[in-house]
Design a protein around this ligand. Structure first.
Ligand code: ADP
Length: 782
């Protein structure tokens, strides 16, 4: 159980137990006092009621007694009994009428011993016999008696009856009837009896049971009708008529309700008096007291609990705080301190705790610093040891690396040496001369072939400048270009060169010089390679000469053949038959074709041998194009081709070799006509293109003239486009379309355009058509 709970329980015990004991005693005594007072009040009230009723009754009986014992009345009644006369009767009448209606008297009458009413204030009663009436019987016996009786209207009347005695002899009975209101009002006076209290007036009836004489508070018809059996001793009315004068704490009344009651008895009248009140009302103060008692207990309990909790808090909170702190300290947090608020034992404990934590903190920090010192030392030592170990390991691994590297280097060097040996062997035995120079051209190495080609031994060549060695006859610009290429541009130089052998003989070589650069891009060597092509050159020249000769030789007979065929066709030798004419036509065409081939051969020969000499003159492309179309008009007409021409208003003149440009244009226009089916379209155009402008997808590098020839022919397949300008190339489609062709036209054309410094290209779609474009620079080209 928690300390706080315990403290609360103890406080509740200390505070509540004595209070409860004292309270219980006070409560019990108060309860008893209330009860006793209730009973005493009932008892006193019963006495009061008894006295009131007794007094009322006595007063009434006294009046009767005054009347019945009056000597005048007795003498008159005696006189009447002795000698009944109207006079005596009248006298009696006068006497009884004397009191009148005072004191609540309703009527008065005198009854003779035989029961006859002899005088009455109620004339109706005169002559009546009442000998059986109870009041007559009672009145004739001895003292004055009284009874309550209802009249014909149900109104309760009080009959007072007493004997009229003369000389010891009863002369008759005097009856005074009064209203019973005084008695009823006494019984109905509930003053001081609360809501349920009442006074009952009861009398024994002939059966001995208790008969209620007046109306009760809860039963207005009870008078002279309500009866409680004599056996019901638990009913106070029965006790009262039995003559008991006592207080009863717990009985049951005529309604069956629990009541507290006090009983009285009037022996003269035989009346019992009950003063009673419902037990619930009688004991209501006790219940209230009870409620108050428990309320106070509950309130006190609560108050005590609150006080207990706050007291226990004031005690346990610092302790709780202390406990929490102790837990934290135990968990290692030494930065905690408790705020000392009180000066009591808890405060002292907190102070002691704080100083303990302080000491602990000091001890701890001392321990920590020592531990960290030691740890630092240890780390340093470990680090040292580790460093030494690492150094040792590094040295070992370095040694190993070094060893490996050495072995590797050795192997590499050996391999290199081997390679070099092989390389040298290969170079030494190569048929081309190979040499290596420094960046200034001083020979560092030369292979054996150098002797074979130039006549110099390698050792003669090494250490000398290459140019000086061969006493080369090449013009200066050639050398300037060579040096620029290999030294400035650091590129390979390729070209033919003429050198002089040791014996002074000239030879032609194909020269290839490559610069070797280091990582910084500086030239460290040049490697030169020379192949002696003197012999090949001689053979080529012989070939060309032969072709040239052969072509020229063939041209003369061919010209004769053509000339004579023309004459025969012209009818110079008489009219030809149709068949003859056809055959001559074929001969003529073949001759023309042959002529073309020879022309082409000669052109190509000149182009390839570089012997084509250009004679630039001012030409007009429009005029050339128009003349070419004119030449082709027979074929165009034959195939019904539709030709469209576009020329500039004023074509800028071009300084160019007229023959070459004509061959170029003639080739592309004749191809367009050749590879276009009947009724096709040809579009020919000439236009100026300024420098930098884009023409048919190509940027003109110079001020130019452009020629385009567009056809709707068979087109050039994608796969053929790369080889179209090759020597002897003819596409499969072209071969099928026209077997007559040699595949030299475009080859020649391309070479010529290149020579003119221009550009030729085409755009084509197989089966749809082709456009050839030629771009020629306007300015004069050397
Ligand atoms: P060929 O004597 O065969 O015409 P060319 O050198 O003039 O020789 O042309 C080479 C080839 O280029 C031709 O065989 C043909 O396949 C193709 N060619 C040239 N011009 C055209 C064109 N206008 N239309 C289609 N194909 C062409």
């Amino acid at each position: 159980m928690k300390l706080r709970t315990k403290i609360v329980i103890v406080i509740l015990q200390i505070a509540l137990v004595p209070w409860m004991v004292g309270g219980a005693i006070a409560y019990t005594s108060a309860k008893e006092q209330i009860r006793a007072k209730t009973y005493a009040d009932l008892d006193a009230f019963a006495d009061i009621q008894k006295n009131r009723l007794q007094d009322t009754l006595q007063n009434k009986l006294d009046i009767l007694h005054l009347l019945s014992t009056s000597p005048w009345v007795i003498a008159t009644v005696h006189e009447y009994n002795a000698r009944p006369s109207t006079t005596s009767r009248r006298e009696m009448q006068e006497i009884i009428e004397a009191p009148g209606k005072t004191l609540g008297i309703v009527k008065t009458f005198i009854v003779a011993n035989n029961g006859d009413v002899v005088a009455s204030t109620d004339s109706a009663m005169l002559g009546m016999n009442v000998k059986d009436e109870e009041y007559f019987k009672l009145g004739s016996q001895a003292d004055e008696e009284s009874i309550l009786k209802k009249d014909a209207n149900g109104i309760i009347l009080h009959y007072l009856a007493g004997p009229l005695i003369s000389d010891g002899r009863t002369e008759g009975v005097m009856v005074v009837v009064t209203d019973a209101e005084d008695i009823v009002s006494i019984s109905q006076d509930y003053t001081g009896l609360g809501n349920t209290g009442e006074t009952l007036l009861v009398k024994r009836n002939s059966e001995g049971d208790a008969l209620f004489l007046t109306p009760t508070r809860f039963n207005p018809d009870a008078a002279l009708s309500l009866v409680v059996a004599s056996g019901r001793l638990d009913v106070p009315a029965v006790q009262a008529v039995a003559g008991k004068e006592a207080v009863f704490a717990n009985l049951v009344d005529y309604r069956g309700v629990s009541v507290s009651a006090a009983t009285r008895y009037l022996p003269d009248a035989g009346w019992g008096i009950v003063v009673k009140v419902n037990q619930s009302e009688a004991l209501a103060p006790i219940e209230k007291l009870e409620e108050l008692f428990f309320f106070i207990i509950a309130m006190t309990g609560m108050l005590m609990a609150i006080i207990g909790i706050s007291v226990s808090r004031s005690i346990t909170d610092p302790i709780h705080e202390l406990t929490l702190l102790a837990d934290k300290v135990a968990a290692g947090s030494l930065q905690q301190e408790i705020a000392v608020v009180t000066k009591d034992e808890v405060g002292m404990l907190a102070t002691a705790f704080n100083s303990m934590v302080l000491r602990l903190r000091e001890a701890y920090s001392m321990l920590e610093s020592k531990v960290s010192e030691r740890t630092k030392e240890l780390v340093e030592r470990t680090q040292e040891a580790r460093n030494s170990e690492r150094a040792a390991l590094n040295i070992a691994s370095d040694l190993k690396d070094e060893e490996e590297k050495l072995a590797e280097e050795k192997a590499k060097a050996e391999a290199l040496a081997n390679d070099l040996k092989k390389f040298k062997l290969a170079l030494d035995n190569a048929s081309d001369q190979v040499y290596i120079t420094d960046p200034e051209g001083i020979m560092l190495y030369a292979n054996a072939a150098i002797e074979k080609v130039s006549g110099y031994k390698p050792e003669e060549a090494i250490g000398k400048k290459a140019g000086a060695l061969w006493k080369t006859p090449m013009p200066l610009p050639y050398y300037q270009k060579l040096w620029h290429t290999i030294k400035v541009e650091k590129k390979v130089f390729l070209g033919e060169i003429q050198n002089r052998r040791k014996n002074g003989q000239l030879y032609t070589a194909m020269l290839n010089i490559s610069p070797v650069v280091n990582a910084e891009g500086e030239v460290i060597f040049f490697v030169g390679l020379e192949r002696d092509i003197t012999r090949e050159k001689e053979i080529d020249e012989a070939k060309s000469e032969f072709i040239s000769l052969a072509s020229h030789q063939m041209r003369t007979p061919l010209t004769s053949i053509n000339w004579y065929t023309e004459m025969l066709l012209g009818g110079d030798a008489g009219k030809l038959t149709k068949k003859q004419a056809d055959y001559f036509e074929a001969i003529y065409a073949a001759g023309q074709q042959m002529n073309e081939i020879i022309k082409s051969f000669l052109h190509i020969l000149r182009l390839e041998t570089g012997t084509l000499v250009m004679k630039p003159v001012s030409v007009d492309l429009t005029t050339i194009m128009q003349s070419i179309l004119k030449e082709l008009h027979l074929e165009i007409k034959k195939k019904s081709l539709h030709v469209t021409e576009h020329y500039p208003k004023k074509t800028p003149s071009l300084v160019i070799d007229q023959e070459i440009v004509r061959v170029v244009l003639q080739n592309i226009v004749s191809n367009a006509a050749k590879y276009t089916p009947e009724k096709g379209d040809l579009v020919v155009s000439v236009e100026s293109v300024s420098k930098g402008a884009v023409f048919a997808g190509k940027t003109a590098k110079h001020e130019s003239l452009a020629v385009s020839v567009q056809d709707t022919g068979i087109g050039i397949a994608e796969k053929d486009s790369a080889t179209i300008f090759s020597k002897f190339f003819r596409s499969e489609d072209a071969k099928r379309w026209d077997p007559n062709g040699n595949g030299l036209g475009l080859y020649m054309t391309k070479k010529m355009v290149d020579m003119l410094g221009g550009n030729i290209w085409f755009v084509s779609e197989a089966g749809k058509g082709t456009t050839f474009h030629v771009l020629l620079p306007v300015e004069k080209k050397k």
